[in-house]
Ligand binder design. Sequence first.
Ligand SMILES: Nc1ncnc2c1ncn2[C@@H]1O[C@H](COP(=O)(O)OP(=O)(O)OP(=O)(O)O)[C@@H](O)[C@H]1O
Length: 280
Amino acid sequence: MTREPLRLDGLSVEAGGRALVRALSLTVGAGEVVGLVGPNGSGKSTALRCVYRALRPTGGTVWLDGRDLADMPLRESARGVAALSQESGTELDFTVEEIVALGRTPHLRGNQPLSARERALCREAMRRLDVLHLADRGVLTLSGGERQRVLAARALVQEAGLLVLDEPTNHLDIRHQVALLGLLRDPGLTVLVVLHDLNLAAAVCDRIAVLEAGALVAVGTPREVVTEELVAGVFGVAATVVPHPLTGDPQLLYTLNSSTAPAGAAEAVRGTPESRGSRP
Ligand SMILES: Nc1ncnc2c1ncn2[C@@H]1O[C@H](COP(=O)(O)OP(=O)(O)OP(=O)(O)O)[C@@H](O)[C@H]1O
């Protein structure tokens, strides 16, 4: 039986009398990179927050490696899930090196110092995220992109079985966007990532899940999901899909000021999620 690091089973979140996430079922297999995309306010961050336990779902279950997340001690789930989230705070006046080392907290007892292996792990993560030269800088003095890379390094050193990232390319220049997403392709990582850039999502993800108004409306490989019909229907944008000349991944070309379809209008032509790709 294949290992299943994450299974969302009928996940629902309600707040203020509104359904923010509606019976979302989705799995992330070992070594898989699954992208979560959708318009603003479609429930992506809310779903992710249930996985890293910033939010308790009102219905359904999050299974982490076959165990109900709600029954796991927080410290244990922190060893299983590392998050780079919108609220990953760096309000503490710590150095970059200290912030990255905080990623080891779930593995330490009390004030136990980092081992030589852990210190090397932190330095390697800083090197991979191109922040090693900032190691002694106060994190509050960093630019938005530098800070984002520090937080990504902190998530990596947690060595969790599952990495969840909410718009990790925020603030990053294109070189660092490509570098960070390239790191996610590490065969040792299992990843659920919220992305807005559908072209980058198509390049990095094994599968893409699309949320619209809290509900899963499509899931499948990039070729199955990134279509002109879906982009028109879910995002209300007219686009042309072309294959990437080197990889064949679908890439979207947008024409500014072209006629746009109202979001949700293509529901009729899209059919059900199951008919458009593998089952969630
Ligand atoms: N605590 C809350 N109470 C009421 N509504 C909320 C709460 N948290 C989030 N929402 C609403 O739920 C919806 C989904 O929010 P969420 O942040 O999950 O969307 P998203 O898909 O991540 O959006 P974006 O692409 O803009 O980041 C939004 O309309 C948001 O305003």
